[in-house]
Design a binder for this molecule. Structure first.
Ligand SMILES: [Mn+2]
Length: 318
């Protein structure tokens, strides 16, 4: 069945462009259909196309935050070339991230979580003068030691340690009964700020996000945001390789994506681990698409606030 859109609403599907339009908030979108670095069940190679299809069913208005995305444009950078060698594929990812057009805010649609390592390296090359911190939403620490010949998506946080300062990293959503005490201690003693869903609910989201932003921006100039959809509870996001009970509710991550991007300079954003073959009623991919758009809405809101401040510098804009 073909959905007929009311043209007066304004849809994401009408906002995909081939060139940067001056004056517009433009997001460069790169699709990375990779799934053979996944640690458990494959299928994320179908994530990017499903996410784009889900995005195309959405309008350009964020009702929750009353933010219009009418001026947002999505520069389609296409798909990264995924080849049999993971090393070569990662090189392609890094190259593509490094060449995201200046002035655009890059969004990466995965794909398994192994892509975050080469993306961050590529973005560091793209703007080498700025130090990048990380805010990661994930049920997993992804800090395992790489095992030769068994490279998988569970060690990118470990491998990024040679270029990222862990004092500028926060991981939100780590699940219970997935790691030993030693893993948590190692993460926290290396400088990473770790929050479990339970701890966040006890402390309150606004307070936690404030502390996360303080932590990360205290040691970095800008922030890369990575969202592994398995941070969302398996009741809402079953379509992922390693789904989890006791994860976040969808709206918690959807809202946090907005609040973060509205308050800090985001160097790039990824949404990974959506696996359509494991999904049910497209619920996982729709949660993922909403998270992506709330990130977009946050960037648009921050940009509008900065422009307003530039126009009336004497006024205090909160
Ligand atoms: Mn994960």
């Amino acid at each position: 069945m073909r959905v007929v859109h009311d043209p007066s609403v304004g849809w994401i599907s009408d906002s995909w462009v081939q060139e940067v339009e001056p004056g517009r908030a433009t997001f460069s979108v790169l699709r990375i259909p990779l799934d053979y670095a996944v640690s458990y069940r494959p299928g994320t190679r179908f994530g990017p196309q499903a996410l784009v299809a889900a995005l195309n069913e959405l309008s350009l208005y964020c009702t929750d935050k009353r933010v219009s995305l009418a001026d947002a444009r999505f520069l389609d950078l296409g798909e990264v070339d995924v080849v049999h060698s993971l090393e070569e594929t990662h090189r392609n990812v890094a190259r593509a991230a490094a060449s995201a057009p200046p002035g655009t805010s890059p969004i990466f649609l995965g794909g398994d979580h192994s892509i975050t390592d080469p993306i961050v390296r590529g973005l560091m090359e793209r703007s080498s003068e700025r130090k990048i911190g990380l805010v990661v939403f994930d049920a997993h620490l992804d800090s395992r030691e790489p095992v030769s010949g068994k490279e998988h998506s569970g060690n990118w946080m470990h491998t990024l340690g040679d270029v990222v300062d862990y004092d500028a990293v926060a991981q939100l959503g780590i699940g219970s009964y997935l790691y030993s005490e030693e893993y948590m201690q190692r993460a926290e003693s290396s400088g990473v700020m770790v929050w479990t869903p339970y701890e966040i609910r006890k402390a309150g989201w606004p307070q936690v996000l404030e502390r996360v932003v303080d932590h990360v921006t205290g040691a970095a100039d800008c922030v890369y945001v990575s969202v592994d959809i398995d941070c969302v509870d398996q009741a809402f996001a079953p379509g992922t390789s390693a789904s989890n009970p006791s994860g976040f509710l969808p709206y918690e991550v959807i809202d946090a994506a907005f609040e973060l991007s509205a308050s800090v300079d985001v160097a790039g954003f990824d949404l990974v681990e959506v696996s359509p073959p494991l999904d049910r009623l497209e619920s996982t991919v729709r949660v993922g698409a909403s998270i992506v758009l709330n990130h977009v809405a946050g960037v648009v809101a921050r940009r509008a606030r900065l422009e307003q401040r530039a126009e009336s510098p004497t006024e205090e804009v909160v």
